[in-house]
Design a protein. Structure first.
Length: 346
């Protein structure tokens, strides 16, 4: 893809997200979401492979259906209330329809079936973009209309996403599908945090973006597609693979690392609000996710695959490390002591 076309697509993507996040009118929010969707489709289909074309088609159909549902719900709400403002109280059917549409855009369970398939057909940089930047606009809309959404539906979607993201990821061997189900599980935790506190939501989103970016930036230099590929890259860059293992542990939420922070705070808030059964169910939902993260970490650094060379390290084939990887991995490993500072400053 030419640099001019790429710059136009990236600027359109950024502009669409900013329009949605800063709008108070449903039509402008819908326009920003559509602009965002149309900018991503060429990036998905860029490899000119049948799998990429299939992924772009699935993404377009899903996002178009969700956008049509948002437009229909906003029109229905304007018909009954006479207001197009997002912050204006909405009717219950329109609010529920809007929640379903935004859940479809985020890839929340049970509307998640498109998300692993689209990520599997995309390149790793595009999968990183869809797992991070593409989440911002729908989450901003959810945050703006949070007071009008049914709390029971939010808790149900969050808990279902946490369980399905964990259980469905166990059977996967493709790293992009594993990261897709990891994103679904983390979105479930984020939806629960959305109902508890704005500060906690911002903190959970920030840590999710940091950990996911660190994981993809570690996979991109070696073009790692499967769990087996993760193990065979040890001879090319041992330091990068060690950081990948620690990032996987942080994604799983092990206590010394940063990934434990949002889960700890969310469970604490739920317990404080006398929602101990939901807190226990969420804690149980994190165990399957932790299993496949540990399995990936085991294949990453604790096994030595058969090699065709007698040298320990193939320094001639070492891939350049992205400059932003050092910052993201440091935040992924060492931000837990700053829990109180981050929680009260965001």
């Amino acid at each position: 893809m030419s640099p001019l076309a790429l710059s136009i697509l990236i600027s359109s993507l950024s502009t669409g997200t900013i329009i949605t996040m800063s709008s108070y009118h449903w039509l402008f929010a819908w326009f920003g979401l559509e602009m965002n969707t149309l900018a991503v489709i060429p990036l998905i289909s860029k490899p000119h492979h049948p799998r990429a074309t299939e992924a772009a088609t699935k993404y377009f159909l899903t996002q178009a259906a969700a956008a049509a549902m948002i437009l229909f719900a906003s029109t229905l709400n304007a018909w009954s209330s006479g207001q197009w403002t997002i912050l204006h109280p909405t009717t219950q059917p329109a609010a529920l329809m809007m929640l379903i549409a935004l859940a479809m855009k985020l890839g929340l369970a049970p509307m998640h079936f498109w998300y692993p398939e689209v990520l599997q057909g995309s390149s790793l940089p595009t999968a990183l973009l869809m797992s991070t930047w593409q989440k911002l606009a729908p989450l901003a809309l959810l945050l703006m209309m949070l007071n009008h959404l049914p709390q029971t539906a939010l808790f149900t979607l969050g808990l279902l996403s946490a369980y399905i993201g964990g259980w469905a990821g166990i059977n996967q061997t493709q790293t992009r599908k594993i990261m897709a189900f990891s994103s679904i599980a983390h979105m479930g935790w984020l939806l629960i945090a959305l109902t508890l506190s704005y500060n906690l939501t911002a903190l959970t989103l920030l840590i999710y973006l940091t950990m996911t970016s660190a994981m993809f930036l570690a996979l991109i230099p070696s073009t790692t597609k499967t769990i087996t590929d993760v193990g065979t890259t040890w001879t090319q860059n041992p330091t990068l693979l060690t950081l990948t293992m620690i990032t996987l542990m942080s994604l799983g939420g092990l206590p010394p690392l940063t990934g434990f922070m949002p889960k700890w705070l969310i469970i604490k808030e739920l317990t404080t609000l006398q929602l101990s059964p939901l807190a226990a169910a969420l804690a149980m939902a994190s165990l399957p996710s932790l299993f496949f993260y540990i399995r990936m970490a085991y294949f990453t650094t604790l096994t030595t695959p058969p090699t065709t060379t007698t040298t320990e390290q193939k320094w001639r084939h070492t891939q350049p490390t992205p400059p932003s990887l050092s910052l993201t991995t440091t935040m992924t490993m060492l931000a837990l002591p700053m829990t109180s500072l981050l929680h009260h400053s965001l």
